[in-house]
Design a protein around this ligand. Sequence first.
Ligand SMILES: NC(=O)c1ccc[n+]([C@@H]2O[C@H](COP(=O)([O-])OP(=O)(O)OC[C@H]3O[C@@H](n4cnc5c(N)ncnc54)[C@H](OP(=O)(O)O)[C@@H]3O)[C@@H](O)[C@H]2O)c1
Length: 243
Amino acid sequence: MKLIIAGSTGLVATEILRQALSIPAITSIVGLARRETSVPDNLRPNADPSKLKSVVVSDFENYPDTVKQQLAGADACIWTIATTPDQLRSMTSEQSRNISLDYMVYGLETMAKVANSPFRFAYISGAKSERDQTKRPMVLPEFCLMRGECENRVLDFAKQSNGRVVGGIVRPGVIDAPGRSNFMLTFAGGLVRAVIGLPKCHVTEISATLLESCITGFEKETLLNEDLIRIGQKSMAERKTGP
Ligand SMILES: NC(=O)c1ccc[n+]([C@@H]2O[C@H](COP(=O)([O-])OP(=O)(O)OC[C@H]3O[C@@H](n4cnc5c(N)ncnc54)[C@H](OP(=O)(O)O)[C@@H]3O)[C@@H](O)[C@H]2O)c1
């Protein structure tokens, strides 16, 4: 199968790529990003780096034909591009929405036109995303509603595609990764997470779940943090893709 990883230079995408390079069922990988995608470190002995094609895009709302040709015939996409709440200090909410929502909608619409059918589209959201746009979330309300709107757009697009596109949403809490420093992963951050009910998973677990879902299908439309741990650990054990 041919897999597109959108935002392939990021934290989660790098682990997805590391695992995907050693899964025989995935024969071709397009790393779509605003800069070159490198082959990750710590590859497993059976990894095949030649499966990766790095595709650089300068405008995420207007792909040139050369990029569309690279996307053609894909069976699945894992979309990881989004802004973080931290970035709201350095950009307006309109810019954040443009990157998180408009880039994704254009990417999905464009890929669906040239992909194989069925085309599985896995969207990484967040544990606190809110789909009901009439609600007012307690924490980061505007951001959580915007991410919920992204989820709605993926699922609506899939529903209207007559089975050509299958959408799946994953909702991690905080993502732990080797060497990652993030307040939410500290002892004090753990207390904050407990208060607001924000779980955590490991980057290897969410990555394995996303790949398993792209290969065999989504167990359910929305996978919560606990699902990511359960499915990811099982998949890594069976496919021998763990660290
Ligand atoms: N990390 C967490 O703890 C966490 C928790 C919950 C949910 N998530 C979600 O998981 C997904 C992946 O997270 P991540 O931590 O892997 O993200 P990341 O490391 O920040 O990477 C995201 C990707 O998006 C690209 N990107 C960011 N801004 C862009 C822009 N303006 N134009 C084009 N590309 C842009 C990045 O490119 P560059 O590499 O060039 O910057 C990178 O390829 C996101 O949807 C995030 O919200 C993450």
